[in-house]
Design a protein around this ligand. Structure first.
Ligand SMILES: [Zn+2]
Length: 187
């Protein structure tokens, strides 16, 4: 589920951290609760999606509204899961609704013709993220959804490690700072 960092685009660079889940990446764009960043236009949504779902149709204003609804539900689900609380039925319904629509079908390279649409709709990308969210927030995944161990950081990630012992949003941002502090207090 880990994605490569977006190759280009200042906006995407600024927003990206390795959350371990594209659904959490998307939730983070809207902010976890305190809304540090938020998508404000269909063009920004397109830019964000283009780095993760190449070859999508452009988003409409309707797509932006849908995207924000999904994003807000994902952010609240992430908060609830990382706090060990149960999600509201309303947020679960939003995710289930998006997941019930077609996602982006997988395709094998090397065929002779186009199967289905050549460009996927934005809604299909929402469905793909909603389906991933169902795995992440479901019974198997939810215990791996945690917030960063740093006191002053509330980023939430999905721990993909086999040992399930990830503590930091990122080593550079919080892990190293904590190590330096621990080292100083020992010295
Ligand atoms: Zn952190």
């Amino acid at each position: 589920m880990t994605l490569d960092p977006p190759a280009s685009g200042q906006v995407a660079q600024r927003w990206w951290f390795d959350s371990g889940s594209i659904a959490l990446d998307f939730a983070y764009v809207g902010g976890f609760g305190d809304i540090p960043e938020s998508l404000t236009s269909a063009a920004e949504l397109d830019e964000w999606l283009a780095n993760r779902f190449p070859g999508l149709d452009a988003a409409s204003d309707r797509g932006l509204i849908d995207g924000k609804a999904l994003q807000a539900a994902l952010a609240r689900l992430a908060r609830a899961a990382s706090a060990g609380e149960s999600a509201t039925a309303e947020d679960v319904d939003v995710v289930n609704l998006f997941a019930a629509t077609p996602d982006i079908p997988p395709a094998l390279e090397g065929g002779s013709r186009q199967a289905g649409r050549s460009r996927a709709r934005v809604g299909q990308a929402f469905s793909a993220m909603a389906r991933e969210a169902i795995a992440v927030f479901g019974p198997e995944g939810a215990e791996r959804v945690r917030s960063c161990a740093a006191d002053d950081c509330d980023l939430i990630f999905y721990d993909e490690s086999r040992s399930n012992n990830r503590r930091w949003c990122s080593m550079q941002r919080c892990g190293n700072r904590a190590k330096v502090r621990a080292h100083r207090s020992r010295a």
